[in-house]
Design a protein around this ligand. Structure first.
Ligand code: C5P
Ligand code: MG
Length: 212
């Protein structure tokens, strides 16, 4: 191996990773969708990848994922990290030669890492994050949004019992992740109680700064 070759699956000099965190219902997915349209990011939602794996015929993790999602607990780090790594590799492959030359890429990783062990594993093995965005709002706002979404989402965890458990997991497991990246100087916090457009304006200022 060359002396300065990265030890991670992707070279962080070519691949920009932004982790997007916040409690359930904070607006992560909504903002990531808009950002990926305007800034040529690929938006990968850890939760969506887990739900797809849960439903994939022949997956050995289907039952495990289903139980974790219903209980609002965190799926073992290797499973989620590998799903993200595979999705990143596929996207770099499919965009190479036109939008992302020379192995480059830009990823918004939505809802990950939710626990310290995921953060350490992904940063060490897959690609260290350049920036972490944390959308903050009150529990009341999140609860109202999730119950509204639950009317049509078909998600097994948009019900009051699962939501309470997800809040608890967020405080106990995800807040230490936020503190970790804050101490590394990589954290940007945005109040996502405001309208989608106002939150988007604030977020795009931060993303523009990162990419400049
Ligand atoms: O992000 P989302 O709300 O879609 O995640 C749904 C569920 O997927 C979480 O409550 C958790 O059970 C699981 N998950 C996980 N690790 C992540 C992201 C999601 O275990 N990094
Ligand atoms: Mg989401």
């Amino acid at each position: 191996m060359a002396p300065n070759a990265p030890r991670t699956a992707f070279d962080h000099n070519k691949v920009t990773v932004v982790y997007v965190l916040g409690g359930p219902g904070a607006g992560k997915g909504t903002q990531c969708t808009k950002l990926s349209e305007d800034f040529d990011f690929c938006h990968l939602s850890a939760g969506d990848l887990l739900r797809a794996e849960q439903n994939r015929d022949g997956s050995q993790y289907g039952e495990l994922i289903r139980t974790c999602i219903r209980e609002g607990s965190i799926v073992p780090k290797e499973v989620t990290s590998k799903l993200l790594e595979n999705a990143m590799a596929a996207e770099i492959q499919s965009r190479s030669g036109h939008r992302w030359p020379d192995g480059q890429g830009r990823f918004l990783i939505d809802g990950f890492p939710r626990k310290m062990d995921q953060a350490l594993l992904f940063d060490e093995v897959v690609c260290p994050a350049s920036l972490v965005i944390h959308f903050t709002t009150t529990e009341d706002v999140m609860l109202e949004r999730l119950l509204e979404r639950g009317k049509t989402s078909g998600r097994e965890d948009d019900n009051i019992d699962s939501i309470r458990k997800r809040f608890r997991t967020y405080y106990e497991q995800t807040m230490p992740v936020i503190e970790h990246y804050s101490s590394l100087g990589k954290l940007e916090e945005i109040d996502s109680s405001k309208s989608i457009d106002t939150v988007y304006q604030e977020t795009s200022v931060i993303i523009r700064k990162l990419l400049s």
